[in-house]
Design a protein around this ligand. Structure first.
Ligand SMILES: [Fe+2]
Length: 265
């Protein structure tokens, strides 16, 4: 048996703060064998920098996954990929970008293969490059990288619930765990699919609670009410939330339990 703890999109300084406070408690309480954290929004909401990754790296995280904003810090993002091999980005972004779409690691005597993909639906204005078909991309990774006995987990960073649900069925029985990320709102559909894949459409975010996906609610409302330009400012004050998922995997790499975790401070 192996336990995986996945933490959803850590947004800026508030996200790093609650992660530093709660992750050690959850590790103590749930004793996960592997911890994976989505860091796409780690550096002030968009991308990663060496200092923000260093800020959370000491917590004992086995793999950092990401998504459409991962390269927003340009050279600093590139430096992160050079420094942290455990930092991955969606595989279907193309080879012109630094980093890889998968990462292999071992923990508690088991082999893990983490895979990161990005959705295509409603992503036209959210990533400057082209995004190839994630279904074909994951087929290729599984064909070329998966080894017998691997516990395979997928972070599918996507906007549309339909695309994520469909990917769940596509990968059922082929991977141990699939979580969606990106929308920052957790879904209530954590379950084990028919062929043994632990599945949730979105784990949810880690950061400011009384905000719109991590940004100041006043700015978001202004955009909706006045049709003005959206001013993207992170909410730095108030209560914080952390969203995670805990999955238990048996010796045949099938999920046997999936549990949604949530805490506020
Ligand atoms: Fe995203």
């Amino acid at each position: 048996m192996a336990k995986i703890l996945f933490i959803g999109d850590v947004v800026g300084k508030p996200g790093r703060k609650i992660l530093r406070e709660v992750l050690p408690q959850w590790k103590e309480k749930y004793q996960p064998d592997a911890v994976i954290v989505n860091v796409e929004n780690l550096a002030h909401g968009k991308g990663v920098t060496p200092s923000t990754l260093a800020d959370i790296d000491s917590l004992g995280i086995d793999c950092f996954t990401s998504g459409n904003h991962i390269f927003n810090k340009h050279q600093l993002s590139t430096e992160c990929f050079e420094k942290y091999t455990k930092l991955i980005r969606p595989d279907n972004f193309g080879t012109q970008y630094p980093g890889f779409g998968y990462y292999r690691f071992s923990a508690a005597g088991r082999q893990f293969l983490a895979i990161n993909l990005n959705g295509q639906v409603f992503m036209d204005h959210q990533f400057e490059g082209s995004i190839s078909n994630p279904f074909f991309a994951v087929d290729k990774i599984l064909e070329q990288q998966a080894q017998k006995g691997d516990i395979i987990l997928v972070d599918f960073h996507a906007e549309a619930t339909s695309e994520k649900v469909a990917m769940g069925y596509y990968l059922d029985g082929r991977v141990s765990f699939l979580t969606g990320t990106h929308t920052h709102v957790p879904t209530a559909d954590a379950r084990i699919l028919a062929k043994g894949t632990g599945y949730i459409t979105d784990t949810g975010m880690t950061g400011a609670l009384n905000a719109v996906l991590g940004t100041k609610k006043e700015n978001a409302l202004k955009k909706f009410l006045e049709q003005g330009k959206f001013v993207n400012e992170l909410e730095e004050e108030g209560q914080l939330q952390i969203n995670g998922v805990l999955v238990e995997i048996d010796d045949n790499q099938k999920a046997i339990k999936i549990e949604k975790l949530y805490q506020e401070i």
